[in-house]
Design a binder for this molecule. Structure first.
Ligand code: FAD
Length: 475
């Protein structure tokens, strides 16, 4: 059949994976089209994920920070929150970034085709043009013919079957809309997204309950890191329900009544003003007509790929949330670069040793590579070194010495294979440990690197020094 547009590389989805792939492919001389249903680039991350959540968390962190100054003789009044202005600030942040992306696309002559894309065969996609801010289809269709394709269609919120349609029951997107601050809020799912949003609402005045099916909050991070976060944040919570199932959510006139099951579960349904469900995200693999292109999709909607990000159809690649865990923007960006380079006939592979995880709560919790808990579970022998921030001049000066920095070493080589940090700005610091792991650094390399004093980042060098000092069997 005919095509309205022809290109070398068609990128389906304009999120962090998709735009990174598109820009790299364009930089390598490819004619690139992005198919995106929304009016802005940036996907979940920029529009309803990483960025708006951090815009709100920053404001919350400042409020929390100044409240601690009272003990030092500096008192502020209770903050007056103009929620419309705060929401406006968040929108402005998004606008700056999505505007920047549009400019970058234009500068690279990347064409954006606005609409819902659906593969019709291995070299054509049909785009049902969308209008306005949402997904309304205008009825108009555009056919794009491509030599290579990169599927970057991301993931969506999973709505559990017992979640009703009610304005007081929201997902992360609804919570980011910040309509009002409830008195009493329930977070279903004690993962990063739920706890970040809980931090914002609690600082603005909400009392929190959290319910988690597993035996701990913030799964994936070592328990000793999470413990520090939990102690610092105990004041926000009325009830932390672990090993507990949520079985019913019932909107009534005076509130939303939620029923729980489990040993720690309250017997009676509990009343909330706002319920946030943050129990996970599902990949969009089944919504793209992938079968028409011959692309294999798993039952759960993931698209399997090899180390070059190729699907089972060699000229069609997939990247980002749609290819698997961890569903993180920085993973998708790297996969996007690999796919784009392969489209331009380079030979690129995704071979990152580690992908860091960060909870941008207060304090932040960051980890990368091998964790202590995972090593224990797998029966892998590791050694560790912990530097408590109670011994860090800068952390003490900042009034924030609750945290610590931990390095995990291979006992045979003393190479660093993992690390964790809990404390303010942990997420900004974890990058050094990522680099150390990628470069195969051992404890001595890190210990002999001069870190600036006094900084919290210094704690990484100190942890390595402590480990070096304790070793008698230097390799
Ligand atoms: P997405 O960002 O999901 O983008 C996919 C795009 O494809 C969307 O724009 C969608 O409209 C479009 N699309 C899908 N199907 C079609 C179709 N058929 N036709 C046309 N267009 C289509 N990650 C981090 O690393 N750090 C964080 O701090 C962080 N915070 C988060 C906070 C929240 C509240 C949430 C929900 C997520 C957060 N994440 C964070 C995760 C991060 O947002 C995702 O990992 C990332 O956005 C995935 O990028 P992607 O390119 O794979 O897909």
């Amino acid at each position: 059949g005919g095509a309205d547009i022809e290109c070398d590389v068609m990128v389906l989805g304009g999120g962090p994976g998709g735009y990174s792939a598109a820009f790299r492919a364009a930089d390598l001389g490819q004619k690139v089209v992005i198919v995106e249903r929304y009016s802005t680039l940036g996907g979940v991350c920029l529009n309803v994920g990483c960025i708006p959540s951090k815009a709100l968390l920053h404001n919350a962190a400042v409020i929390d920070e100044v409240s601690h100054l009272a003990a030092n003789g500096i008192k502020f009044g209770k903050p007056e929150v103009d929620i419309d202005l705060l929401r406006g600030y968040k929108e402005k942040v998004i606008g700056k970034l999505t505007g920047g992306l549009a400019g970058m696309a234009k500068a690279r002559k990347v064409q954006i085709v606005r609409g819902n894309g659906r593969f019709i065969d291995p070299h054509h996609i049909e785009v049902s043009v969308t209008t306005g801010n949402g997904r309304e289809e205008s009825g108009e269709k555009t056919i794009v013919k491509f030599r290579n394709a990169i599927i970057a269609a991301g993931s969506r919120v999973v709505k559990l079957p017992f979640i009703p349609d009610d304005p007081r029951v929201v997902d992360s997107t609804g919570a980011l809309e910040l309509k009002a601050v409830p008195e009493k809020m329930l977070i279903i799912g004690g993962g990063i997204i739920g706890l970040e949003m809980g931090t914002v609402y609690s600082t603005l005045g909400a009392r929190l309950d959290v319910v988690e099916m597993l035996d701990g909050l913030m799964q994936g991070a070592d328990r000793d890191l999470v413990k520090v976060w939990q102690k610092w944040n105990a004041h926000r919570f009325d009830n932390i329900m672990l090993n507990t199932k949520t079985v019913a959510v019932e909107p009534k006139e005076d509130g939303v009544y939620v029923t729980f099951e489990g040993e720690q579960a309250p017997k009676e349904p509990q009343r909330y003003d706002l319920v946030l469900y943050a129990t996970g995200r599902a990949p969009n693999g089944k919504l793209l007509g992938a079968e028409n292109a011959g692309v294999a999709v798993t039952d759960r909607g993931f698209i399997p790929v090899d180390k070059q990000q190729r699907t089972n159809v060699p000229h069609i690649y997939a990247i980002g949330d749609i290819v698997g865990q961890p569903m993180l923007a920085h993973k998708g960006v790297h996969e996007g670069h690999v796919a784009a380079e392969n489209c331009a006939d380079h030979k690129a592979f995704f071979d990152a040793r580690v992908i860091p995880g960060v909870a941008y709560t207060d304090p932040e919790v960051a980890w990368v590579g091998m964790t202590e808990d995972e090593a224990k579970k797998q029966g892998i022998k590791v050694e560790k070194s912990v530097f408590p921030w109670a011994a860090s001049g800068r952390a003490i000066a900042n009034g924030r010495d609750e945290g610590f920095t931990k390095l995990i070493f291979d006992p045979a080589t003393h190479q660093v294979i993992g690390g964790g940090i809990v404390g303010p700005h942990a997420g900004d610091m974890i990058g050094e440990i990522c680099l150390a792991i990628e470069m195969g650094c051992d404890a001595e390399d890190i210990a002999k690197t001069i870190h600036p004093h006094p900084t919290m980042g210094e704690s990484i060098g100190m942890a390595a020094e402590v480990f070096e000092g304790s070793c008698t069997d230097l390799p």
